[in-house]
Design a protein around this ligand. Structure first.
Ligand code: ADP
Length: 209
C-alpha cells in the first residue's frame, strides 16, 4: 500500500484533487471526517474534552460544540495542546484502522495507492507518515474569489482562516509533489492525472524491491 497525503489551505482545490484521485480508482480516507468521528457522543475523547473544557462545550443533544472549543483554543495555546493530546492519538489510531481495513479487503493489491485527504497535515506535523505528499497551492486572491463565487463565503472570514493555517512555504517544505491550481479546472485535473501515473510507478517499484 502506497500512502499519499493530499493537503492545502482552504479553497486551494484539495477536495477537487482528492475527488480526481478517487475517480482514478484510489480509495480515499478523509482525515477531517475521522477527526469528527473521534469526538462523537459516546466516544471516550468527548468525555475527556468535556472534563478539560467544561460542559459549556457540549450541546444539549450531547454533541461537541466545535465552535465553542475553537474559540477557547484559538486564544489559549495550553488549551490547544491539551485538546491535541486528547484527540490526535485517537485520530492516528483510527486512520491506522482504516488503512488496515483497506489492506484486509479481499484481493487488495499490495501496491495500491491510497489517498488521505489531510487538510491539517502540516499543522499536525504528520507528513513523515506518508510515502508521498501532494500539496495544492493557489494564490490567495484566487482562493477568495472561488470560495465567494462558489460557496458564498465571506472573504474576510476566509482571510482569517488562511491566517490561522500553515503557510504555503511550510506546505512546500514537506511536498513531494506540488499542484499549481492558479489555472482552470482542466489544468488542475491534468496535473493530478500526471501525478497519479507517477505515484503508480513509484508504488510498483517500491513493492518490487
Ligand atoms: P478545498 O477543498 O481546498 O477547500 P475545493 O476543491 O473545494 O477546495 O475548491 C474550492 C472551490 O473552488 C470549489 O467550489 C471548486 O469547485 C472550485 N475550484 C477548484 N479548483 C478550481 C479551478 N481550477 N477553477 C475553477 N474553480 C475551481
Amino acid at each position: 500500500m502506497y500512502l499519499v497525503a493530499v493537503t492545502g489551505g482552504i479553497g486551494s482545490g484539495k477536495s477537487t484533487v482528492t475527488a480526481r484521485f478517487a475517480e482514478r480508482g484510489c480509495p480515499v480516507i478523509d482525515a477531517d471526517r475521522v477527526a469528527r468521528e473521534v469526538v462523537e457522543p459516546g466516544e471516550p475523547a468527548l468525555a475527556e474534552v468535556a472534563g478539560r473544557f467544561g460542559d459549556g462545550v457540549i450541546r444539549q443533544d450531547g454533541s461537541l460544540d466545535r465552535a465553542a472549543v475553537a474559540a477557547i483554543v484559538f486564544v489559549d495555546d495550553e488549551a490547544r495542546a491539551d485538546l491535541e493530546r486528547i484527540t490526535h492519538p485517537r485520530v492516528a489510531a483510527r486512520m491506522a484502522e482504516r488503512i488496515a481495513d483497506l489492506n484486509a479487503e479481499p484481493g487488495a493489491r499490495p501496491d495500491r495507492v491510497v489517498v488521505i485527504d489531510h487538510p491539517l497535515l502540516v499543522e499536525t506535523a504528520q507528513a513523515g507518515r506518508f510515502d508521498a505528499v501532494v500539496v495544492v497551492l493557489a494564490p490567495e486572491a484566487v482562493r477568495l474569489r472561488r470560495l465567494a463565487d462558489e460557496r458564498g463565503m465571506d472573504p474576510e472570514d476566509v482571510r482569517a482562516r488562511i491566517a490561522a493555517q500553515a503557510t504555503d512555504a511550510e506546505r512546500r517544505a514537506v511536498a513531494t509533489h506540488v499542484v499549481d491550481n492558479s489555472g482552470d479546472l482542466a489544468s488542475l485535473l491534468a496535473q493530478v492525472d500526471r501525478i497519479h501515473a507517477e505515484l503508480l510507478v513509484r508504488s510498483e517499484r517500491l513493492n518490487a524491491r
